[in-house]
Design a protein around this ligand. Structure first.
Ligand code: NDP
Length: 452
């Protein structure tokens, strides 16, 4: 008989926590999942999935104008945001049920409530009806994710975060979005697509710090062409509620009066109410749970994966970390995930997808790099009259001739870069790209026809 109630407790039923629990249980570990909100987590319920649904929805306005370019006569059209949000939420309910079933059908117990550490092997769970129970486990996995973080200034409480932006009952007429990271540019595209007067306010000279500079400029040009007002190298100094609107004071002296203000100034690990410091778990300067390569904290029985570790805050990474943990701990396979060449996409309009190093990063890493690029107007846009252009880049290590980076801004970039990521992960040379026959006519074929 084990002296613990469970072999494993997973706190957080998001994508990473659910994968950890399911795979661990499949190896025979007696597993409990504790979730304070609904099973599904940030990506499924408050992030990637609803965001992408709204990105799709917002693109129809441009598609109508593209259709007119192709000589369709479009008479009347209008969106119904309220109905859309209801339909989106119905889909999220369905996904939530799938997550509950995934957890239960894999043999795990699931308790709805807030988990808090009491000791390295014991947590309390405050259930939804306020009943508090204590449960012990040999190992405990923290997979609670992150939450929005706003800079402090007067009136910052008036900003909504992306959770709320995804669930607005009514579409605002105008909005200020603060920040220029993934979330800010994605939501700017969504609101603008629905005809909202959209202002992006950010402190840097370009959006999306860390991405290829030319791609950043391309996105800014496209956003401006589509009607988004960019306020660069500016911060918000104050937000005041004036009747039903908000008055947003900017550091350049301007004042914007809008219906809604959204903050997208980064996310931080959601650790504040877990009781981690009380039991001595080491926490980093951004509040992240510090882990070793086994995803283990300084307390041997406690592990963490995903956004709460603030390493690579992407859903597929959390899932991979959780799966590898389960394989190692219960499946007897000493497997670790690779953090090299992780592809990612920004669902801005147009979208951006990348894998590997930018030219600047390669040079800074001491690599003798060469950049190949292709810039064009997609075939569809020639007749539609859409002015949007596509930019693609390959970064090649001149010594080894390996392709070490691929970058794209343009339609379907995520669908294209996923395949390129396999080639780069497999160590493909530039000559392998060159000897691959292109699919014609497509944008993707440009990746195999780039010459210096
Ligand atoms: P990001 O880290 O991407 O961007 C944060 C933005 O806020 C930057 O523009 C940053 O400016 C700005 N900022 C930070 N602090 C301040 C401050 N004190 N004052 C003014 N501006 C500030 O965070 P997001 O919130 O957009 O997204 C969080 C994470 O979620 C992402 O890093 C990503 O990993 C993940 N995500 C992934 C998505 C995807 O895969 N498609 C979609 C959405 C989120 P500066 O650039 O100057 O530092």
């Amino acid at each position: 008989m084990s002296k613990f109630d469970y072999d494993l407790i997973v706190i957080g039923a998001g994508s990473g926590g659910t994968r950890t629990a399911r795979i661990s249980a499949s190896y025979g570990a007696k597993t409990l999942v504790v979730e304070a909100d609904r099973a599904g987590g940030t990506c499924v319920l408050r992030g990637c999935v609803p965001k992408k649904l709204l990105v799709y929805a917002s693109q129809f306005s441009e598609q109508v104008s593209d259709a007119e370019g192709f000589c369709w006569q479009v008479k009347d059209y209008e969106s119904n945001w309220g109905e859309l949000i209801k339909k989106k939420n119905k889909e999220l309910d369905r996904l939530h049920e799938i997550y509950v079933n995934l957890i239960k059908n894999s043999g795990c117990d699931l308790i709805s409530g807030w988990g808090k550490f009491i000791s390295p092997n014991l947590i309390s769970i405050t259930k939804d009806n306020n009943e508090v129970i204590q449960v012990s486990s040999r190992k405990i996995m923290i997979a609670v994710g992150g939450e929005a973080s706003f800079p402090s200034f007067s009136g910052n409480k008036h900003m909504i975060d992306s959770d709320k932006a995804l669930d607005l009952k009514e579409l605002p007429n105008s909005i200020v979005i603060y920040g220029s990271g993934y979330i800010a540019v994605e939501f700017a595209g969504i609101f603008n697509g629905f005809g909202v007067d959209t202002h992006l306010v950010f402190r840097a000279d370009k959006v999306l710090r860390g991405f290829d500079n030319e791609i950043r400029e391309y996105l800014m040009t496209s956003m401006a062409q589509k009607g988004i007002t960019l306020h660069k190298e500016v911060t918000i100094s104050e937000i005041e509620k004036v009747n039903l609107n908000y008055s947003v004071k900017l550091s350049n002296g301007k004042n914007l009066i809008v219906d809604q203000v959204m903050g997208a100034t980064g996310r931080i690990p959601k650790v504040s109410k877990l009781g981690l410091s009380d039991i001595g778990v080491d926490i980093g300067s951004r509040g992240e749970v510090l882990v070793n390569k086994f995803n283990q904290t300084n307390i041997k029985s406690i592990y963490a994966i995903g956004d709460v570790t603030d390493k690579v805050t992407l859903t597929p990474v959390a899932i991979a970390e959780g799966h590898a943990f389960a394989d190692r701990e219960y499946g007897e396979s000493e497997r670790f995930i690779s953090y090299d060449n992780i592809p990612s996409a920004v669902f801005s309009q147009p979208s951006i997808s990348v894998v590997g190093l930018t030219f600047e990063q390669a040079i800074n890493n001491g690599v003798k790099a060469k950049e190949y690029k292709s810039e064009f107007r997609a075939l569809k846009n020639t007749v539609s009259g859409n002015v949007e252009r596509t930019l693609m880049k390959l970064i090649v290590d001149e010594r080894s001739q390996k392709v070490i980076g691929a970058h794209m801004i343009g339609p379907d970039s995520a669908e294209i870069i996923q395949g390129i990521a396999i080639a780069i992960k497999a160590g493909a040379l530039k000559s392998d790209f060159d000897s691959t026959i292109g699919i014609h006519p497509s944008a993707a074929e440009e990746f195999v026809t780039m010459r210096s």
